[in-house]
Design a protein around this ligand. Sequence first.
Ligand code: GRF
Length: 198
Amino acid sequence: KRIVLFASGSGSNAEKIAEYFADNTDVEISLIVSNNPKAGVIERARRGFGQRLHIPVLLFDRTTFYNTSRITQLLLNQNIDLIVLAGFMWLMPSELVRAFPNKIINIHPALLPKFGGKGMYGHFVHEAVVAARETESGITIHYVNEHYDEGQIIFQARCPVATTDTPDDVARNVQVLEHEHYPRVVAEMLMMTGLANQ
Ligand code: GRF
């Protein structure tokens, strides 16, 4: 019922999720948390995600995230049901993972277990996919643990990669899949655990 979004990028996925749930009274996006004050997602949140949504934004730094319990305590206090990472690059501290078992999910812009791990984010992923002459790429939505991109896979969707595709082309095709599937998978996660009806 209550979601928190962790986002430190442009925020296009956060926006799609906000749009998707804008009219759903059962699901509330309680908070956006971000470690990047210059992130596009903050400007999008300020504009109400084009939906007149007033979602508070919490900015924090590395020390607060890893050396204090502040974020974990805040999310526990707010009775958050699902933590959705949408363009958030830092590893989750173990305390947070333990406090929210199977309640943290992430989207990765490739077909894990390939092209995951440290340093595999943003454009680097698509460059690696093209360099490896892959014939397909896609998205992976997975549970989050304390290691990069290793949690159990929940959902994947694929798109072809042509021999002439540039990393930008792959990025565009993958982003279409992200926007198409992530909000729906988030909704299904909430339903599956019976959380949307509590
Ligand atoms: C997405 O490609 C997501 O897969 C990755 O970070 C990117 C975030 O993009 N984890 P945006 O900020 O949602 O536009």
